[in-house]
Write a protein that binds this ligand. Sequence first.
Ligand code: MV4
Length: 513
Amino acid sequence: MFNKILIANRGEIAVRVLRACHEMGIAAVVVYSDVDRAALHVRKADEAYPIGQATAAESYLNIPKILDVARRSGADAIHPGYGFLSENAKFAQACADAGVKFIGPSAAAMNAMGSKTRARQAMDRAGVPFVPGTSRGVESFEEAEQVAARVGYPVMLKAAAGGGGKGMRLVHAPEHLKSSLEAARSEAERAFADSEVYIEKAIVNPRHIEMQVLADEHGNAVYLGERECSLQRRHQKVLEEAPSPIVDPDMRRRMGEVAVRVAEAAAYTNAGTVEFLVDQEKNFYFLEMNTRLQVEHPVTELITGLDLVHLQIRIAAGEKLPFKQEDIKLRGHAIECRIYAEDPDNNYFPSPGRITLLLAPSGPGIRRDSGMYEGWNVPIDYDPLLAKLIGYGTDRDQAIARLTRALGEYFVGGIKTNIALFRRILRDEDFRAAKLDTGFLDRMLQRAEDKRIDSRAAEVAAVAAGLFAALGSTAQGLAAQEAPDSTTGGGSKQPSNGPGSNWKNASRREALR
Ligand code: MV4
């Protein structure tokens, strides 16, 4: 087993990995940028090394600096967390070359999954179901036209070097194909310096369900059940749960066996996730493989009773998987909320600043993986994920009830967060009925927006009615002045008709000026 692990990351995931190290009696070394001097991962580490400016390229993405810390600290392995260098094949190779164990798959396995067209070719050979389309970049517009006609519209144009929605174009009809192809190409070229674009049939309102796999370095691989990840906004996941409410044991076994086949086809080792698109008829299609520990791994940990980071470390140290597929039993239901430092009332802009008061929930069935503390200054320089709040219960309803209770206890003062958004999601009828797909959150937010506009319309109507009433009596007042001998009896001491006294009406008119 390793003596010392370098954690090449920050925030909640660095803290998560630190905890596993300490549970296993392994010393944890961290690196930090200038703005992270007082970050939680630095405070909890056994050793911490500054590596430069806030800009990720100068610090958390800087391979030579990180390898230099590994050498100086005497770390024998590196855990990359997620994001930053976690899926960088060059980094995995550089670690191998430097004689430091990279806790993750080999550079070759990462490369095999890095190009989406190459991955599709490998999956084709392995007999894995994927969305109909091309497994090579399209060479010409004519070829694109033919493929699109064959698979049928709508189609999706995707960058081979992409993933996560970048360089993707949905095309509804042949007349839009040419301009979309050109746009997808230039976006791919700009984002990835690689203009290769391929075509898939588009699945309308798919679910996004992913399968966790673990593979050791002795040829053993297992699947650990799926996660339902359909609740997302602009390709950013917001809430995940395990198991998926629509996956039954038979579908789980079929998806799991496909996922293991994907891992085997890529000679994959360590923890990985196979993403699927699932259509309305519950057909599932391979989408891509994530070669890292994912943000949402806790929901799988809760329903399997396994510690994925412990297992990652043990696999990297050369141990065999300590269980077989038939030993894996799922129990209960878990839901994760990603707590972001962002302002829901200002287009979800990042909301950095000092946390002036922090009241954190706990209690039955609640797990909180957090990178923040009271008094800490949330920097603007990185991903705004502050913490993950996970609710666990014997069933989905109990998980929802516990999570709703815990969200009510959560208070983060000084900055804006999206905590209130989860209270709304958890009481949404469709969410409670598990009617989820990748369009769910946009629809829910749109409904809320429509309602807001509606209620503003009601406000405007009330103000207009008030104005109308007041101006109406003004008109009467004017009429009375112009015709002093009218039926109201101009000079009489009787109050004029209309609501209230003349004094009141006069003051109301005054207030409206
Ligand atoms: C699709 C699709 C429909 N049909 N591919 C978006 C991210 C990228 N990894 C793949 N994505 C999609 N690919 C076909 N053929 C719909 C999406 C998609 C999506 C997928 C997963 C999670 C959220 C999503 C939101 C919008 C679109």
